[in-house]
Design a protein around this ligand. Sequence first.
Ligand SMILES: [Fe+2]
Length: 216
Amino acid sequence: MPTATTDTTLKSLLIDELRDIYHAERQLVRALPKLAKAATSPDLREALESHLAETEQQVSRVEQAFELLNESAKTKTCAGMMGIVEEGSELIKESDKGAALDAGIIAGAQRAEHYEMAAYGSLMAWARALGHDDVAELLSESLEEEKAADKKLTELAEAGLNDAAASASESDDDAEEVGDEDEDEDKPRSKRQAPMAAGGNGNGRGKASRTRGGRR
Ligand SMILES: [Fe+2]
């Protein structure tokens, strides 16, 4: 049985972590539309948009949890999620649209999901230990949503990887034909792959590659 002292400590840990996830979820409400906008695959865009709707619900569940604990809903800077969101923004800035960027967006979104899953798992355990089954139940709904979103992203990644791999091999063929491989070496990896994955970067190479593909 926890003593009064450990109860107090665990309670403050619970509140602290709730404030952290509150900030994390609110950051995602702002970040998910940007990821959806940068996605090429309509399925990925739809998955990100539907998770945005869930994330808004998750924000309100955290607010309900504060209420059940008689605490005011406050955020505490979640540096972990800030880093994940920042990496996603950089990727989008550095890459052209296409299958490769989609793969990167999925990887970033899954990092966010796993971060949240870890947080909700701990929160639920602490809430239960403190006798707040109502809070644990509430947060378990969010945890299940995060797990389902993560699973969906894995499915989309597996489907999308075939497209990205096909585009990358087209890109390699093309690089040999036009002899500009060395020039490409200086560019960031994402910049090198994403344009061809998108089927062209405005200079017609992607289109030419597809046309010449017929003689293989
Ligand atoms: Fe979430």
